[in-house]
Design a protein around this ligand. Structure first.
Ligand SMILES: C[S@@+](CC[C@H](N)C(=O)[O-])C[C@H]1O[C@@H](n2cnc3c(N)ncnc32)[C@H](O)[C@@H]1O
Length: 454
C-alpha cells in the first residue's frame, strides 16, 4: 500500500523494532464487522436467523466479524435495523462508554452514528441521548441511522460544540468525544484519509480536539465521565491532547479501563511532559488485533460547579391539538407512548422527559418522529414504524426475507393482499421495516422514496 512518506518516517521512529510487523499489517485484508442492534433482536435470536458467516469480536458483546463474501449492507435485515455495520476496533469505544438506561448522554461528534447507535442500544430507550454532528449533510445521515435502528430517546442536533455548551452546562452524565482526527488508523480502509494526510494537518487536528474537549468538559456534571477517542496513531492527537487537557483542567482525572487481549496502553515516552496515568489510556493496533487503529481515554470530572436548575422543554398541553394522533393511536397501536409530545409545524414528536428547551438550536430530530398531522388526519412516520414491534400494533403483515413481496416492498411497489383495510406495519420475518396502507386488496407502499432499492 502506498503510504505518505512522512507518516512512515514518523512511525518508524516511534515503533522501532515493532515497525516491520506494523507495516506488514497493511498487506492484510481489512476486517469487517457488524454490531447486533439489541433494541430489535437479542443476540441469540439473531445468531439463529443470521444468513452471514459470523465470528465473535472479543471486546464487544454485540460485535461480530463477517466474511468478505457477505453483503450485510444489502439485505432486508439491514433495512429493518437488526444491525449496524461498524469497524471492529471502533466498537470498543461504545463498550468502554458503558452508557446506561435513564442517563443523560451526549455524543458530540456523532455522524454517521456508529457509536451513537451503540450507546442507544445500551440505554434501552430510557434516558436521553443527544447525538450531535456539526456538518449538515452528515447530520442527516446520522438521523437516518438513528431512525433505522428504531431509537426512541435520541435527539439529533446539528450544532457547534460551543453553542451546545452554552445550553447544556453541567447537564450530562456521560459524554463521548469521538474526535475528528488525521485518520492514520483508517488508511487501510479509507483511502481519502490517506490522501488528505499531512504533518501540518496533525497540528490543525490537535488544536480542534482540545477546543472540542473544553466544550465537552463544560457540559459534564461533576462526577460524570468523558470518553475521548480517535482513529489515529499520532501521539500529538492522543497522549498529547489528553496531557494538555488535564494540565488545563485539574478537576479531571484519567480512569483505568479494562484492556482486552491485544490492546495496548498509551505511551508516555511519545510526548513531552505526559501527565501521570497516561498509561491508563488505550491504543488499538492493526498488527496486534483484528481491527484498525484507535486510541481511547476515559476521564472523570472530580470537581466543579454543580448545576441543578435547567430550562426543560415544554410539551403540548392541550391534547385536543393533536387529536388526530390519538385517533390514529387508538385505531392502530397497542402501546401508549410515554414522553412529551411536541409539535414542530405539522410534525409531531415524542421527546424524552427532562430534555432541555431546544430554542435557538439546529435540531434535526427532537425525539421520536411520530408523524404529521394533516387536515383531520394523521400520517405515521417511517421512524415510528421502525420503533414499533409487532406486539405494539393491531395490524401487521410479515413476509419472508427471501420472498418476492419483501423485494417489491423495498423497491417501492404495491403488493396484492387478500383482505384488510387501513395502516399495516410491514415486517420481514417479524421485524418491522415500514408502513403500508391497505385498501381494495392492494397494500399501498409507504417505504420512503430515498431508501428504496433500485
Ligand atoms: C470520527 S468522526 C465521528 C464518527 C462517529 N462517532 C461514528 O462512530 O460514526 C468525527 C466527526 O466530527 C465531526 N467534526 C468535524 N469538525 C468538528 C468540530 N469542530 N466540532 C465537532 N465535530 C466536528 C466530523 O464531521 C465527523 O463527523
Amino acid at each position: 500500500m502506498n503510504l505518505p512518506k512522512d507518516f512512515l518516517v514518523k512511525m518508524k521512529e516511534l515503533l522501532k523494532e515493532e515497525y516491520d510487523e506494523f507495516i506488514k499489517s497493511y498487506d492484510e485484508e481489512k476486517s469487517q464487522g457488524l454490531r447486533i442492534n439489541t433494541l430489535k433482536v437479542s443476540i441469540d435470536e439473531f445468531l439463529k436467523i443470521c444468513p452471514f458467516n459470523l465470528k465473535k469480536i472479543p471486546w464487544v458483546k454485540e460485535g461480530y466479524y463477517f466474511s468478505s463474501d457477505d453483503r450485510p449492507g444489502k439485505h432486508p435485515y439491514h433495512d429493518a435495523g437488526l444491525y449496524y455495520i461498524q469497524e471492529p476496533s471502533a466498537m470498543a469505544v461504545g463498550e468502554i462508554m458503558d452508557s446506561k438506561p435513564f442517563e443523560r448522554v451526549l455524543d458530540l461528534c456523532a455522524a454517521p452514528g456508529g457509536k451513537s447507535t451503540h450507546l442507544a442500544s445500551r440505554m434501552n430507550q430510557e434516558g436521553i441521548l443527544v447525538s450531535n454532528e456539526i456538518h449538515p449533510a452528515r447530520a442527516k445521515i446520522l438521523s437516518q441511522n438513528i431512525e433505522r435502528l428504531g431509537i426512541k430517546n435520541a435527539v439529533v442536533t446539528n450544532e457547534t460544540p460551543e453553542n451546545l455548551a452554552k445550553k447544556f452546562k453541567g447537564y450530562f452524565d456521560r459524554i463521548l468525544v469521538d474526535a475528528p482526527c488525521s485518520g492514520e488508523g483508517m488508511f487501510r480502509k479509507d483511502l481519502g484519509a490517506r490522501d488528505e494526510w499531512s504533518l501540518s494537518n496533525v497540528y490543525h487536528c490537535l488544536k480542534r480536539q482540545l477546543d472540542i474537549l473544553e466544550n465537552a468538559a463544560t457540559m459534564l456534571r461533576v462526577g460524570g465521565r468523558l470518553v475521548y477517542s480517535t482513529c489515529t496513531f499520532s501521539p500529538e492527537e492522543n497522549e498529547g491532547v489528553i496531557s494538555n487537557f488535564i494540565k488545563l483542567n485539574s478537576n479531571f482525572e484519567i480512569e483505568d479501563v479494562k484492556v482486552y487481549d491485544g490492546f495496548d496502553r498509551g505511551r508516555s515516552q511519545w510526548v513531552e511532559d505526559a501527565v501521570d496515568n497516561i498509561d491508563r489510556t488505550i491504543r488499538i493496533w492493526p498488527h496486534k488485533t483484528q481491527g484498525e487503529g484507535h486510541y481511547i481515554a476515559v476521564l472523570r470530572k472530580t470537581d466543579g460547579e454543580d448545576i441543578s436548575k435547567f430550562n426543560f422543554i415544554n410539551g403540548v398541553t392541550n391534547k385536543k391539538s393533536i387529536k388526530e394522533y390519538f385517533d390514529f393511536a387508538e385505531e392502530n397501536l397497542l402501546e401508549n407512548l410515554q414522553g412529551q409530545f411536541v409539535l414542530f409545524g405539522e410534525q409531531l414528536y415524542v421527546v424524552p422527559k427532562e430534555m432541555l428547551s431546544l430554542e435557538n438550536m439546529k435540531v434535526l430530530r427532537p425525539g421520536l418522529h411520530l408523524g404529521s398531522i394533516k387536515k383531520n388526519r394523521f400520517e405515521p412516520s417511517h421512524a415510528l414504524a421502525l420503533y414499533l414491534n409487532g406486539d405494539k400494533v393491531k395490524n401487521k403483515l410479515s413476509f419472508d426475507k427471501d420472498s418476492k413481496e419483501i423485494l417489491y416492498y423495498l423497491k417501492g411497489e404495491s403488493i396484492g393482499v387478500e383482505s384488510g383495510k387501513g395502516w399495516y406495519l410491514v415486517q420481514v420475518d417479524g421485524f418491522s421495516i415500514g408502513w403500508g396502507k391497505l385498501s381494495g386488496n392492494i397494500l399501498k407502499n409507504h417505504y420512503p422514496k430515498g431508501l428504496r432499492w433500485l
